[in-house]
Design a protein around this ligand. Structure first.
Ligand SMILES: Nc1ncnc2c1ncn2[C@@H]1O[C@H](COP(=O)(O)OP(=O)(O)OP(=O)(O)O)[C@@H](O)[C@H]1O
Ligand SMILES: [Mg+2]
Length: 520
């Protein structure tokens, strides 16, 4: 698996086209996405998927690196085991090396101001350098930095960033530079009636999660009407009930109404006449976001609506974006709500832009929350490896070999970057090592130019957290796998499709079925 994702690492890495059984195609460079979409059977390989998922959840970037690293750590471990070194010795050595590596990273990391837009932008540009949308990385990075700083919240333990507050609304069409940051929310719906106002300033917002319709009986009922007058009276009564609903909305001072369910045609008409902008069939998540942003309370029936439940936004308007109309809610009571309207040529570009923007937002968050960065391009890996080798000289016994193997394994990152950039990996590595020996700690693989240069001078920076988390997850996953000596079929476990044991070749088969277990 590490081999599969290897070719996609770095700015010169290639993308993967994933085709599912229905023929649907996803094009991506994002490690976590590739692995998530891959059809994987081998239980050990599934661990790799989890590693990249953990990396994605924790720090958002470095999901390709972590898989390559895990693969390399396992490869080196197998070599050591071939030399009759017991797995537990390797495990101890790896853990020790990881602790040491984390210390080195802390030591060499540069401290930045968490509100320094320039520094944050550099990190975001690096995260997007390897993506399809890298041509627009400057534009998208500025936008992402603004978004994160807008939602950043200062607390007693530093700055907190909850990326759930950034809503991304994808609309294919236009180009990526049409992407915009909205200080508020975007609702992918339109006004229910064409006579409703297209713009409401000083919006008083009502949120309703029941239908504005006459309730139908659950069972089939029959009403017998005997004369035209009765018929008219019946219709009048219905109209009056609907009118009353609108009156209640109006009485609460609402001029923008979001309804989670349907709105009757007649009610739409009355609302339009009152100059109320109404939207129906909203997603529950949109209702919740609106409540949070505007301070409105979601009410369950029209009867309950009162002035107290009403929220506020400076402006609500309906705009035509491409072929669709969208509702923009801006200047909300809570300024921490922001949205990104993501545009781009086709569905696939928008999807990949979304994943790239996710990486950018995550790395900015990482730095805002822990303002330490390191240069990229494999420079920190070379430096860590160099110092680990020196550290290994001081360790005794066989563990030393494991620490050395660890150092060699993390050099896979610069090696792969060089390889993907069409450079000679061995020459590059030796040049990198010798320049690091001279104290140039930020010298790395300048993949774009195909040479070895100081990555700090090129402004290629990454969050310390991404590097540290990758080392931690890769060590954890590889040591976990090293401790396993057998795969045993367990009852009640959902078995992967295909013949039992298929794809488990090379792992010692399924020996050692515990006694007393019913046959599968
Ligand atoms: N301009 C550059 N020159 C050299 N190396 C770069 C440059 N920009 C980024 N890199 C390096 O590319 C690597 C990241 O590559 P990539 O983004 O493809 O993988 P990832 O971050 O591990 O995974 P993913 O982004 O898929 O979650 C990092 O080691 C980074 O330092
Ligand atoms: Mg990346």
């Amino acid at each position: 698996m590490a081999e599969v994702v290897k070719s996609s690492l770095g700015p010169k890495g290639m993308d993967k086209m994933l085709v599912d059984s229905f023929g649907d195609v996803t094009i991506t460079n994002d490690g976590a996405t590739m692995l998530k979409e891959m059809d994987i059977q081998h239980p050990a390989a599934k661990m790799m998927v989890e590693v990249s998922k953990t990396q994605d959840d924790e720090v958002g970037d470095g999901t390709t690196s972590v898989v390559i690293l895990t693969g390399e750590l396992l490869g080196k471990a197998v070599e050591l085991m071939g030399k009759k070194i017991h797995p537990t010795v390797v495990i101890d050595g790896y853990r020790d090396a990881m602790e040491q590596a984390l210390k080195v990273l802390e030591e060499i990391a540069l401290h930045v101001d968490p509100k320094d837009k320039e520094a944050l932008k550099k990190v975001a540009v690096t995260a997007m350098a390897s993506k399809m949308v890298s041509g627009y990385s400057g534009y998208l990075s500025d936008l992402a930095v603004d978004a994160v700083l807008q939602i950043a919240e200062e607390t007693d333990d530093g700055i907190e960033v909850d990326l759930d507050m950034v809503k991304i609304e994808k609309k294919p069409g236009g180009s990526i530079t049409d992407t915009s940051l909205i200080r508020g929310l975007i609702i992918d719906k339109e006004a229910v009636h064409s006579d409703m106002p297209k713009l409401v300033v000083d919006a008083r917002i009502g949120l309703l999660n029941s239908a504005m319709e006459i309730e139908k009986t659950e069972f089939s009922a029959k009403i017998q009407i005997e004369s035209p007058e009765e018929m008219q009276a019946y219709l009048d009564q219905e109209e009056m009930m609907l009118r009353e609903m609108v009156e209640k909305v109006k009485a609460a001072g609402i001029n923008v109404l979001f309804c989670q369910k349907g709105i009757d045609d007649m009610v739409q008409h009355f609302l339009a006449r009152e100059g109320i902008l109404a939207v129906r069939r909203l997603k529950k998540s949109d209702m919740e976001a609106l409540a949070k942003a505007t301070g409105a309370k979601v009410v369950t029936t029209v009867d309950e609506i009162s002035g107290e439940d009403v929220g506020y936004a400076a402006k609500v308007d309906e705009r035509k974006i491409g072929d669709d109309k969208l509702i923009f809610v801006e200047g909300c009571k809570n300024p921490k709500a922001v949205s990104v309207l993501l545009r781009g040529g086709t569905d696939r570009i928008v999807d990949e832009a979304d994943r790239s923007l996710h990486d950018a937002l995550c790395v900015i968050r990482d730095v805002v929350q822990e303002p330490k960065i390191v240069a990229g391009g494999g420079a920190p890996e070379i430096e860590v490896a160099r110092r680990l080798r020196r550290y290994a000289e001081g360790t005794a016994g066989r563990e030393r070999l494991a620490v050395q193997a660890f150092a060699e394994a993390i050099e896979v990152i610069p090696l792969t970057l060089a390889e993907n950039a069409g450079m000679d990996p061995i020459d590059t590595l030796s040049e990198l090592q010798s320049r690091h020996e001279k104290g140039e700690i930020w010298v790395g693989v300048n993949a774009l130019e195909g040479e070895v240069s100081d990555m700090a001078e090129l402004d290629v920076y990454e969050p310390l957290q991404v590097k540290a988390q990758a080392l931690k997850s890769a060590t954890e996953a590889s040591t976990l796998l090293l401790k396993i000596d057998d795969i045993i079929a367990a009852t009640k476990m959902s078995m992967p499709a295909g013949p039992p044991g298929g794809g488990m070749g090379g792992m010692g088969g399924m020996g050692g079925m515990p006694g007393g277990m019913p046959p599968m």
